[in-house]
Design a protein around this ligand. Structure first.
Ligand SMILES: NC(=O)c1ccc[n+]([C@@H]2O[C@H](COP(=O)([O-])OP(=O)(O)OC[C@H]3O[C@@H](n4cnc5c(N)ncnc54)[C@H](OP(=O)(O)O)[C@@H]3O)[C@@H](O)[C@H]2O)c1
Length: 292
């Protein structure tokens, strides 16, 4: 292994880290990689990457280190003993509190820190379909454009509040897991009722197609602070959830997620919002949180 300086270090070689390192190499950047299980680096070494014996060493070898590990606990453990001056861009998933902790941890060690959130799957990295959000110090984002553009042609800077990218990622992940979980539950209900999954899929796709208009309408309602009960109300949503929960119980499909969701709607209905639209639930939940 040589120990020449590189243009970029990539820490973590899961599916996403491998895609990032591969995109850096494809863009012509000399790349040093590190992974807890070094064997995963072999295909990248064949493509010209260097392998560092530790994350701290990889950080020393390049002007910018891109980190993409399972979670923030893994980042802390991988970088135990690392010191600045160095620049760390963390693209792994985590919530705002973890990002704030990481930024403080980095600052205490003289490491400059930019946070990022990857919104698209590993195969999109290095293609026009990649979307990556960044937040934190603007000078770091500007200084490392050549590397960041290897991952996504149009890296999006959201501002200097370091937690913003993670806040977007978590809210979008909320939408993703709740809607895909709902889709899986709906297929369970359909197949338990003897429906053909392919025939069901034809109609299920139509529900997804409603979301873009609803997202813009909810945003407008939240901005205006008014929640018209058209075309549907929280009261009717609660009744619909009761129907689906009963249907699930009738067919022997776990109705737990429906009861949990209905409990949220019902709290808003009991508080007097039953005649208002769904966006009121978003306002109700955030208001509830401030009164806890
Ligand atoms: N995959 C995607 O399409 C995608 C999309 C958007 C965001 N992300 C985010 O990107 C991050 C990485 O995802 P991924 O799909 O590449 O795989 P992952 O399974 O989330 O993470 C795997 C990586 O984390 C390392 N790791 C786990 N625990 C560790 C520890 N305690 N100490 C050191 N290293 C540790 C693994 O090392 P070993 O190889 O040694 O196990 C491997 O490098 C995640 O935060 C994920 O949410 C992924």
């Amino acid at each position: 292994m040589n120990d020449e300086p590189c243009a970029v270090a990539v820490l973590g070689l899961g599916p996403m880290g491998r895609a990032l390192a591969g995109a850096a190499l494809a863009a012509g950047h000399a790349t040093v990689v590190w992974n807890r299980t070094p064997q995963r680096a072999h295909p990248l070494l064949d493509r010209g990457a260097a392998l560092a014996p530790s994350a701290a060493e990889a950080l020393r070898r390049a002007p910018v280190a891109i980190c993409c590990l399972l979670d923030y606990g893994a980042v802390r453990s991988a970088l135990d003993g690392a010191e600045g001056p160095a620049v760390l861009v963390n693209l792994g998933s985590g919530h705002s509190g973890e990002v704030r902790g990481m930024a403080g941890w980095a600052a205490a060690r003289g490491i400059e820190y930019l946070d990022g959130a990857i919104l698209t799957p590993a195969p999109t990295i290095g293609t026009p379909a990649a979307t990556i959000l960044y937040s934190g110090p603007r000078p770091i984002f500007d200084a490392h454009q050549a590397v960041l553009r290897a991952f996504a042609a149009d890296p999006l800077f959201l501002g200097e509040e370091v937690t913003t990218a993670a806040a977007y990622e978590m809210a979008l992940l909320d939408l993703f897991v709740m809607s895909t979980g709902g889709l899986a539950h709906a297929f369970a209900l359909a197949t338990a009722a003897g429906l053909d999954p392919a025939a069901f899929a034809r109609f299920a796709g139509g529900i997804g197609a409603l979301l873009p208009e609803m997202a813009h309408r909810y945003a407008g309602n939240l901005a205006a602070g008014t929640f018209p009960g058209q075309p549907s109300t929280l009261g009717s949503a609660s009744a619909a959830l009761a129907h689906v929960a009963a249907a699930s119980a009738d067919l022997g499909v776990d109705a737990g997620p429906l009861h949990a969701l209905r409990a949220l709607f019902d709290r808003a209905v009991v508080a007097g919002h039953g005649g208002e639209g769904y966006a009121r639930l978003a306002r109700f939940l955030t208001d509830e949180r401030t009164h806890r």
